[in-house]
Design a protein around this ligand. Structure first.
Ligand SMILES: [Zn+2]
Length: 92
């Protein structure tokens, strides 16, 4: 059900982009596939945390985002869609 997202982070040693599963970057100790330099999990910790938060937010948007039939959170999308519909009779 849950597929682990893959992310790309730059190796702090050689600068090459490492593309691997999220958990790969969380290993206590690993090594860069490009330069074989040892990498501690802490080196990616902040970046991984930021990415995870960004993913959480985008997943949240997928779950609670615009419902079918309209954007902007409006329930009643007129013909041609909303977003350009500035004429709200309730607000003058
Ligand atoms: Zn490297």
């Amino acid at each position: 059900m849950y597929t682990e997202p893959k992310i790309a982070l730059d190796c702090p040693s050689c600068g090459e982009s490492i593309y691997a599963a999220l958990s790969w970057f969380k290993q206590a100790y690993t090594s860069c596939p490009h330069c074989q330099q040892g990498l501690a999990a802490g080196q990616f910790e902040a970046l991984v945390a930021a990415l995870e938060q960004a993913m959480d937010e985008s997943i949240d948007e997928l779950l609670h985002g615009p419902a079918s039939g309209g954007c902007c959170g409006k329930k009643s999308a007129g013909q041609g869609g909303c977003c350009s519909d500035k004429s709200d009779p309730g607000v003058i």
